[in-house]
Design a protein around this ligand. Structure first.
Ligand code: ATP
Ligand code: ZN
Length: 283
């Protein structure tokens, strides 16, 4: 079978998490920063290291079959690619920000104003859909300094904590889109058996990441109360302990419910709780 090629970011915010995800999928490869591509030793796959901006286009053209890239870049390049899986990392938002001193308070007040951005396509669609007309200044980096230099009235850029905006005297004003890393594929390749296998591995890693393996001890009298709090993957495993009338319960709980559930379990009589990470969950 022909090797598939997956494009990931060469360096930058998505590189490390992309490599980690592929390694957690059981793929074995060298992560040389100097090479542009690396073979995977135990899967018919080659890894291409690219600038994130080039990834959607390469996948659309079939130069790479698959890619891991931020949804912001997919939308901006308008590449026709398939979304295979949302990956839950690289989370950020594309926001419009105005100078802290600005008294603009609703979007329509941006009518006729100028906005600096590296995302002209997304921004144009956003304002077109609201029938607001703005002048879009495309600049490729350091967008935050544009208002201070008198280049624009506002900016539209990626924000995660907002610290960079604040340091440049700006405040977030409106959300344009939320983004995260996506596993994308060329249209011709999404049903390929290798793609499907990789997708299955990715899903089992993501599922495991969002859940914890919990072991706890409880007296039989309190078992029913504790079990009611534990809707696991299937029904929990209950094992008798050496001490009479005590059992150990093994189960899997979603990370989201974690602290809330742990406290409720303790109140219901659970003791000796051990919480462990899970490597993979195959359904
Ligand atoms: P490249 O050299 O590959 O072009 P870049 O400098 O354009 O890299 P990075 O800053 O590494 O890109 O960001 C890559 C992606 O990470 C972004 O497109 C976005 O999807 C995501 N991301 C997550 N948090 C942030 C953030 N705080 N700022 C910028 N991007 C972020
Ligand atoms: Zn880039």
């Amino acid at each position: 079978m022909k090797n598939l090629k997956i494009a990931i970011q060469k360096s930058g915010r998505l590189n490390q998490k992309s490599v980690e995800l592929l390694k957690n999928c059981g793929l074995s490869f060298e992560n040389y920063k100097s090479s542009l591509k690396t073979p995977v030793h135990n899967f018919n796959l080659e890894i291409l290291y690219l600038r994130d901006d080039d990834i959607p286009g390469y996948v659309e053209q079939g130069i790479a079959d698959l890619g891991i890239v931020g949804e912001n870049i997919i939308q901006e390049t308008e590449a026709e690619v398939e979304y295979i899986e949302r990956l839950g990392f690289g989370k950020c938002s594309l926001k419009i920000a105005t100078p802290i001193s600005s008294d603009i308070s609703v979007l329509s007040e941006l009518n006729g104003k100028s906005i600096a951005t590296s995302y002209p396509n997304i921004l144009k669609k956003f304002f077109d859909s609201k029938n607001i007309s703005v002048h879009i200044h495309e600049i490729s980096g350091s967008v935050e300094i544009a208002p201070g230099l008198g280049l624009s009235d506002a900016i539209c850029d990626i924000v995660s904590t907002g610290a960079t905006l604040k340091n440049n005297g700006l405040k977030p004003f409106a959300n344009v889109m939320d983004s995260e890393a996506i596993l994308i594929g060329n249209k011709e390749i999404v049903e390929n058996p290798l793609t499907l296998e990789l997708k299955q591995r990715v899903c089992s890693v993501l599922r495991a990441k969002s859940t914890k393996y919990v072991v706890l001890n409880v007296e039989r009298d309190n078992l029913k109360k504790v079990l009611e709090l534990l809707p696991g993957v299937k029904s929990p495993t209950v094992v008798p302990l050496a001490e009479d009338n005590w059992v150990a319960v093994h189960t899997v709980i979603p990370e989201d419910a974690f602290w809330h559930k742990i406290n409720q379990l303790k109140e219901a009589g659970a003791q000796g709780l051990v919480v462990m990470p899970i490597e993979k969950i195959i359904l």
